[in-house]
Design a protein around this ligand. Structure first.
Ligand SMILES: [Zn+2]
Length: 431
């Protein structure tokens, strides 16, 4: 089996390409900013009185009107030579201070994911800080600043770019530094193995273990083997070297497609990130979460992002939760079913007058699904058509009742033999 690696000589070039390409990729990806089908906002008509007290309404669930912006930084240097990816420590710190001064809370990536799962609230206006590529300056310069402000953050690492890897030069972070960050609560996530365009047939650079470099376009089985290592091998290596669980994948340059998304989903990544900055809402698709790449020569990107989140309305109409047992759900809360293709149903007639157009169902692992609602019976149902992958599945049903949003959620189990197995484990690539 031929194992490919990049020629170390290309290191400097590759980094500068990374910079250039990530600057170029500021153009919005078609469709990336369009909200998921069936997007609902929790905005009830102002002035409409809440539904008369119903014993079924128990507790508020997560604030679905919250929004977050995600920043992506690269190198911190005193003297900027490549403004596309570099920023001075002073400018970086000024931005961290500005978030604080503007009352924008910095939250962790895992809090964002928990919010998207409906498990945890986040503040109405918040931000997430990420660092790409694994530079020593992120450990030595950025981290102390983040500690000073008490901000959590995420490191997106491409494994061959860690010191000692085929692309890990003098400016690269070391595995020991990553372990130190891990021990102190820093979130470490995946950014491929060799940081290249992940789409089939695009020009990439490979090197044989002997060091011979080849610019080539891979297709078919050769491409599949290569991209598997970029998406899955990289995750396994980070998990094994650091003893952590990886659930986020930042796509190099934002260059990917449906096939790459499918690979990432099969590898159980929960979220995929690009560099097409946009505010992230409750319904933003998890496989194309945009980040604002901050560059020394474009301070406006930061200012615009901050304004974007500043302008968003906080609060919104309250959401009330209805107990799932009152909806005669199928499968029932806590039940374990034998199929990965269940029929999911709930009876909303107990809630009261429902606006039929407002009924929405979300299923964990699938997002918003095209459920049907029958106003006569008050039943919302959806036949799962794509096998569920996890052992447990959470369903969220929401609707508007007299201007107020109500929601129910429940969780059922799927017998493991019925679920789609995770991608088979591959041997860890050895350095
Ligand atoms: Zn990168």
């Amino acid at each position: 089996m031929i194992r490919f690696a990049i020629v170390p000589l290309l290191l400097a070039l590759n980094f500068s390409m990374c910079k250039k390409n990530e600057v170029v990729s500021q153009n919005p990806q078609p469709g990336a900013s369009s909200p998921a089908a069936g997007t609902t906002t929790a905005g009830g008509s102002p002035g409409v009185a809440p539904v008369a007290a119903s014993p079924k309404i128990t507790k508020p669930v997560v604030d679905q009107t919250a929004q977050t912006i995600i920043f992506c930084y690269h190198l911190l240097v005193d003297k900027v030579r490549y403004p596309g990816t570099e920023i001075t420590p002073a400018a970086f710190e000024a931005q961290m201070k500005e978030l604080k001064d503007r009352g924008i809370t910095v939250i962790s990536m895992q809090d964002l994911l928990a919010w998207k799962r409906g498990e945890k609230n986040i503040p109405p206006r918040c931000a997430i800080i990420t660092f790409d590529d694994g530079y020593k300056s992120q450990y030595e310069v950025a981290w102390p600043i983040m500690k000073k402000y008490g901000y959590p953050f995420t490191m997106f690492i491409y494994t061959e770019g860690v010191r000692g890897g085929s692309l890990g030069g003098g400016g690269a972070i070391t595995w020991e530094q990553l372990a130190d960050m891990r021990d102190n609560g820093v979130d470490i996530e995946a950014h491929s193995a060799t940081h290249q365009d992940l789409r089939e047939g695009h020009t990439i650079t490979l090197a044989s273990p002997g060091g011979k470099k080849t610019r080539t376009k891979l297709t078919g089985a050769q491409y599949e083997q290569w991209v598997q290592n970029e998406v899955v091998g990289c995750k396994q290596l980070l998990e094994q070297r650091l003893g952590i669980k990886i659930n986020c994948f930042a796509v190099p340059f934002g260059n990917y497609n449906e096939h790459v998304k499918e690979l990432a989903r099969n590898a159980r990544y929960e979220a995929m990130f690009t560099v097409y900055g946009q505010p992230i809402t409750f319904t933003s698709p998890m496989d194309s979460i945009g980040r604002y790449a901050i560059e020394a020569n474009k301070p406006k990107v930061f200012e615009d992002a901050v304004k974007m989140i500043g302008a968003s309305t906080s609060g919104g109409a309250p959401v009330a939760e209805v107990g799932a047992k009152d909806l005669a759900t199928q499968p029932a809360d806590g039940e374990t079913v034998r199929t990965a293709l269940p029929l999911i149903k709930a009876n909303l007639s107990g809630i009261g007058q429902i606006d039929p157009g407002s009924v929405q169902m979300r299923v964990s692992g699938l997002g918003v699904v095209p459920a049907t609602y029958d106003p006569k019976t008050g039943t919302v149902s959806y036949q799962v058509t794509q096998k569920l992958r996890e052992k447990s599945c959470s369903v969220f049903v929401s609707a508007k009742s007299q201007g107020k949003k109500v929601e129910a959620h429940w969780t059922f189990g799927i017998e493991e033999s019925a679920t789609v197995p995770a991608a088979p484990a591959k041997p860890t690539p050895k350095k």
